[in-house]
Ligand binder design. Structure first.
Ligand code: GAR
Length: 204
């Protein structure tokens, strides 16, 4: 593999602020010249996802694959795989991609599929993480970048960030505080993964 072949495909469903933070870091930290890495495509399963406009404005290639137009999860994923594989990505980055993935999908991208989850895994897998952390009386919350495996939110942890839970926090205020940290954690984690890939390429 050469220095110019490290494609990243980002999957989003909504605002895409983590995707933007990664795109911003890629530009500012010159991932293309340093690692040969670039965001090759941003794919959304929701046609109205705000992140699509932001990605387009940055000049990134975008694709819409509306899961509602497919008869089954498997059919949707077959189309998704076909879009992703056009780019032969070294990393598939889930950034607020709100679809459960089948074992076939996670196996296909094993070791190169990462996600950010808004809790300190293994605590609070699944949805409504901030409210659940508040209800449980947690003094800290946070976010986790992890590899994706068939078991939802259970894969090997790449990095975590801890955020205090304040006495008057609501799910919304806590989510906003965690999200600010996600925007630092996710680009940094992707950069470390790219650095590791670059080292292993040089050694092979
Ligand atoms: C982020 O908080 C991310 O951690 C969360 O969705 C938000 C997406 O925001 N992801 C999950 O809950 C995945 N289980 P964004 O679209 O602005 O990046």
């Amino acid at each position: 593999m050469t220095q110019t072949e490290k494609n990243i495909v980002v999957l989003i469903s909504g605002t895409g602020s983590n995707m933007l933070a990664i795109a911003d870091a890629a530009l500012k930290e010159q991932w293309l010249s340093r690692f040969g890495a670039r965001i090759a495509c941003v794919i959304s399963n929701r046609p109205q996802a705000e992140g699509l406009q932001s990605a387009f404005a940055l000049g990134l290639a975008t694709e819409i694959l509306d899961h509602k137009t497919f008869a089954s999860r498997e059919d949707f994923e077959l189309a998704l795989v076909s879009l992703i594989d056009q780019h032969q990505p070294v990393l598939v980055v889930l950034a607020g991609f709100m679809r459960i993935l089948t074992p076939a999908f996670t196996a296909r991208y094993s070791g190169r599929l990462v996600n950010i989850h808004p809790s300190l895994l293994p605590a609070f897998t699944g949805l409504h993480t901030h409210q659940r952390a508040i209800d449980a009386g947690c003094k800290v919350a946070g976010a986790t970048v992890h590899f994706v495996t068939p078991e939802v939110d259970q894969g090997h942890i790449v990095a975590q960030v801890v955020v205090p839970v304040l006495p008057l926090d609501t799910a919304a205020t806590l989510a906003a505080r965690v999200l600010i940290q996600e925007h630092l954690l996710y680009p940094k984690s992707v950069r470390v993964l790219l650095q590791n890939l670059t080292k292993s390429t040089r050694q092979s």
